[in-house]
Design a protein around this ligand. Structure first.
Ligand SMILES: *[C@@H]1O[C@H](CO)[C@@H](O)[C@H](O)[C@H]1NC(C)=O
Length: 337
């Protein structure tokens, strides 16, 4: 066992690099790109900006691009400010996510933010998803539109992962609270994961008759990432048991969220009422019986029917290539565009 506690301490040392984050978590240490991340694919389509704190990733006819964290983390708070490519981005997928698919091929875990392109004049759609221990036959996707144009400027996208819940945030708004339940079993992510950010050509799913393929006339598609927060404990993926890291107690100040506050819950409910367009819990095509954690709300069900009366089939996830990710269902991405 090499890591855990030492790395936690090292992580605290990152606070030496504290810069005032523009967004929600003002006291969180921001990690310079090279400290936290490394190039994953796409050659010079990944460019580290001169300040060392931000990068851009681009997609052109040759390749997409991506980066991955140096370490694997068991629980924590992970965040990046992201600016998405503007204008026509049909078929373009940008993802910010956690996964351990390279280490646990058969039973990997995953926590996803996925941006599923747009066509001019239409909003970007954002999707969140969770897999645990290879539960890829049970997608737990939700989709939303946003209250701003995510290609217009930087917004903060964050994941809080503890052993009892996962919360997704957009800026200061928790948009999804995913609580662990006993009946979920291994479907709740429980092994150390790396952070990833990628941009790639999702034409193969987004196709729908070739209508929504990436159009390289508009390339390069450029997305920018900045304000990296990697607030968790780096652990050895195999010997994770000896890790004693707890994101809610270690680290700086009280700035790490530990759950949804009553005030935030109002915002979250408000967001979900106005902006959620799909939830797996209400997808009667995929789930004759909703997964056990679902609490069905008839009003929500009514609302979602407006967006998505029935739609989308199975999930055709492929394993293996780490950057060909977001392997959620094809028709789904098509619908989202
Ligand atoms: C996770 O998957 C492995 C391999 O399929 C299995 O042996 C193990 O029991 C599962 N763990 C949980 C908590 O379900």
């Amino acid at each position: 066992m090499v890591v855990s506690y030492t790395d936690c301490v090292k992580l605290l040392a990152f606070s030496l690099f504290v810069v005032a984050a523009s967004g929600f978590y003002r006291n969180m240490p921001l990690v310079p790109f090279d400290e936290g991340y490394t190039h994953l694919f796409g050659n010079d389509n990944l460019v580290v900006h001169r300040d060392g704190k931000s990068v851009h990733l681009s997609l052109d006819e040759r390749t997409g691009s991506g980066f991955v964290s140096h370490d694997l983390y068991l629980h924590g708070f992970f965040s990046a400010s992201i600016k998405l490519p503007a204008d026509y981005t049909a078929g373009v997928v940008v993802a910010f996510y956690m996964s351990n698919g390279d280490i646990f091929e058969k039973n990997h875990d995953e926590i996803d933010f996925e941006f599923l392109g747009n066509i001019r004049g239409k909003d970007w759609r954002i999707q969140t998803n969770v897999y645990g221990n290879g539960s890829t036959n049970i997608g737990r996707e939700e989709r939303y539109n946003l209250w701003f144009d995510p290609s217009d400027g930087f917004h903060q996208y964050s994941i809080l992962w503890t052993d009892s819940q996962i919360i997704f945030y957009v800026d200061s708004v928790p948009i999804r609270e995913f609580k662990r339940t006993a009946s979920m079993g291994g479907d709740f992510p429980s092994k150390p994961m790396s952070l990833y950010a990628t941009i790639w050509d999702g034409s193969d799913w987004a196709t729908n008759g070739g209508k929504y393929r990436v159009n390289y006339k508009y390339a390069p598609y450029v997305t920018e990432f900045s304000d990296f927060i990697l607030h968790g404990c780096a652990v050895d993926p195999i010997e994770q048991s000896s890790s004693r890291c707890d994101t809610t107690t270690q680290g700086s100040e009280e700035s790490i969220p530990t759950g949804v506050t009553p005030m935030q819950r109002i915002k979250m409910d408000n967001f979900r009422t106005k902006h959620m367009t799909y939830s797996y819990c209400y997808d009667q095509i995929r789930y004759k019986v909703p997964p056990s954690e679902c609490v069905i709300n008839p009003l929500e069900s009514q609302r979602l029917k407006v967006y998505d009366p029935v739609t989308f089939g199975g999930s055709h996830r492929r394993h293996g290539k780490r950057h060909h990710r977001s392997r959620t269902s094809r028709s789904e991405a098509a619908n989202a565009i």
